[in-house]
Design a protein around this ligand. Sequence first.
Ligand SMILES: NC(=O)c1ccc[n+]([C@@H]2O[C@H](COP(=O)([O-])OP(=O)(O)OC[C@H]3O[C@@H](n4cnc5c(N)ncnc54)[C@H](OP(=O)(O)O)[C@@H]3O)[C@@H](O)[C@H]2O)c1
Length: 457
Amino acid sequence: MAESPSQTATYPPFDMVILGASGFTGKYVVREALKFLNAPSSPLRSLALAGRSPARLSSALEWAAQPGPPPSEIAILTADATDPESLGRLCSQTKVILNCVGPFRFYGEPVVAACVEIGCDYLDICGEPEFMERMEAKYHAKAVETGSLVISACGFDSIPAELGFTFNSRQWTEPAVVNRVEAYLSLESQKRIIGNFGTYESAVHGVANVDKLQELRRSRPRRSRPTIPGPPPHGPTIENQKKVGLWAVKLPSADPAVVRRTLSMLADNPQGIPGVREGLQQCEKRQAFWSTVKPAHFGLKIGSKSMLGFLRMITVGIFIGALGGTAIGRWLLLKFPSVFSLGWFKKKGPSEEEVRSASFKMWFIGQGYSNGELAMERNATPDTEIMTRVTGPEIGYLTTSIILVQCGLTLLSQRDNLPKGGTFPPGIVFGPTDLQERLQKNGISFDVISKISLPVE
Ligand SMILES: NC(=O)c1ccc[n+]([C@@H]2O[C@H](COP(=O)([O-])OP(=O)(O)OC[C@H]3O[C@@H](n4cnc5c(N)ncnc54)[C@H](OP(=O)(O)O)[C@@H]3O)[C@@H](O)[C@H]2O)c1
């Protein structure tokens, strides 16, 4: 293994550091990153793994490099999220940190604080809206000043939702306008669908702290609201969505809040956010991109093809919702994850085979008007529907790793075209880049399924 370079280096010796590389998700992120290390035309020329235990990091690297030997040029750095000094040292050694240490509400803030202080960039796979919005409230101004780009939700939460929404909204060409986009998530597998304890733990604490999120939002200035043609939709919480063959229920994930933040930033910056050193051509490209994105109401449901699978989802939701609010309830949920998630989450996570055999489909049903003028009518009912779909491999470890690594590579190769610094949702930063094409090349597809006229009574 290479020795850790000294902190006194004038230029960061590493392009990228994966923090929490020894975790269940972290080791998949390492495996994905290795595919691009020193590959032709890849901007990733140097990589380090960081965490509390050099031994656990080394075994993660060994696992990730299989069937080959671990590459000798990868450094192992010691850093603890509870030790700001170690984080300061880490941040001064890299251009970007990919943070896989969660729950983020417990471990994330010192990492963001250190990146913002030093001015290095930060990406994570957080799915906790309270953490993201708290970091925005506390660190945005300083991050703008120091030139640190802080972007959470660069995993399955919430890039498929952000780019999937944008993809649907861009299919609406004048004079048609979109009013709402409802996403339906379907998880599929030839084996069992299993998640690791880390995600379950973050979800349980998310439920426990839902009032903190409301409190934070009340304490902040109201966000700008985009202008959306037509009245707001009033959809059901539970539905049998025959168009995609799913029984579906509203999913309390971070996605809708993240998409709303992007749309709110777009309302304030209709041409997007200028890159720190972007040229005229890139400036025109960015403006042209955002001129084709139309804001709409956005919702997310999770669905199952079978009634039994659907009832299972509702039961798990009820367990977490009912027990997550009290200390004893949380203790029970976290002590017996398999019992209360009806087998969906395990302390040891899924086997490699279970990960390999899983996949997802996320359908986006956009409804709107064939002509914007129709939206002005009282109680206007949508007369047009555009259905698009994002598909990919298993969500938690494969899709999340692909996305996080591609966000990191986009950042390394196009840093001049991205904002100087600040805390942002991923859509507003990566929307006009080639991230969607990159994901497509790496197994995550974006497709237009249908464009139809709806019967209007
Ligand atoms: N966005 C998405 O779609 C998505 C997908 C997957 C996971 N996630 C999120 O990612 C997070 C991690 O999940 P996971 O299943 O990978 O959890 P995990 O297996 O428990 O991994 C946690 C990692 O954090 C490290 N860690 C813990 N405390 C630390 C500290 N004080 N300082 C430095 N490192 C520390 C652990 O290192 P040690 O080896 O030292 O214990 C380990 O590497 C969760 O919040 C989860 O919700 C999000």
